[in-house]
Design a protein around this ligand. Sequence first.
Ligand SMILES: *Cc1c(COP(=O)(O)O)cnc(C)c1O
Length: 407
Amino acid sequence: MVRRNTGFANLTAGYLFPEVARRSREYAASHPDAEIISLSIGNTTEPLTPHISKAMSDYALSLATPEGYSGYGDDQGLPSLREKIAETFYTGMADSDEVFISDGAKCDIARIQTLFGRKVHVAVQDPAYPVYVDGSVLINAAGANRNGRYKNITYLPCTPENSFLPDFSEVKKDSLIYFCSPNNPTGYASTKEELLQLVNFAKAHGCIIIFDAAYAQFIRTPGLPRSIFEIEGARDCAIEINSFSKPAGFTGVRLGWSVVPKTLLFADGTPVIKDWLRVMTTLFNGASNIAQHGGLAALDPEGLVEMKNIIDYYLENVKIIHKTLEGDNFKQAGVQIYSTGNSPYLWVRFPGYKSWDIFDRILDECRVVTTPGSGFGASGESFIRFSSFGHHEAVQEACRRLSLLTL
Ligand SMILES: *Cc1c(COP(=O)(O)O)cnc(C)c1O
């Protein structure tokens, strides 16, 4: 019989969100009248905006005409979209031929691992978005699993104690370093000086940074970098991955991009971009042309305003949740809130509690689903991640219930 890929057996129990879903379903089954509100996963809730959705529907209709029809598109995506992305986000930092259009950031993160094979050493922030580690496990790059930690992965604790700036000296030479800013789950948005430390470390130790900028458009504090390529030297050591999912509500539409600078080289001198083009043309057949026309519209002046307004809507929710968590019931329990207003997430510590215990308690008492911080890594223990993706009314009701939580 065909043997199972050992990576799957190596994967630690369940992916985080299925377990969250399982517990919520179980609760709902035993409390059929409870109106459960989710402040849990990073799924957008607000409708597509008019300018962007109209562009997609117009394009979809034109596909039904002989003049408007198109089949497979260019491998790297619509040239006009690549140019618009380069112009909008990377002027002076990257060219349009370094931009690759995709069906989303998660898919790019999964595919990118094929570039490096299973012998590469990987470093991740702890806590981190689960795909960096789990994707490495599935291609057998993570090594043996010891109590949920993998042998070939270096975990870089990012905690309030180190101001969410990890100690890079633990990272092995020639590693891939996954780095996410503004961070999911901590919400922390790194400064230029901090990212310069990361880039300098990577350059000095032969590492490649995979920079996940999925939340870049949530940055509101002036001066904080929205791209790794704002940092001097990054073109020699970094790849950026980004997405329309969170800023334009494209979680279901599916559209993202990666930027691979021509100056980024493998040890043998081969440009990484050459192999990335190969991966994208071999394992991927291009993003939906309808979605790409939505992306083009999102980068029009009207589309940019619409995206800003959607993000402001979620950031307003962040303020509402923040205020609730400053209430006396939380204060008395010593609850600490980490949120800079540059991300849709609030990272909240409940000292003396385990994450899953607080998760169960909030579900049980408030009928609100959250995400246990420990699911993102050992350093997330005793934290809860609150997501601001929700309708104002639902968030307000969730907050009313949270203000009654007894700790
Ligand atoms: C949501 C999210 C993504 C996934 O984006 P898609 O483009 O929808 O695949 C990637 N990275 C982080 C950190 C995310 O939170």
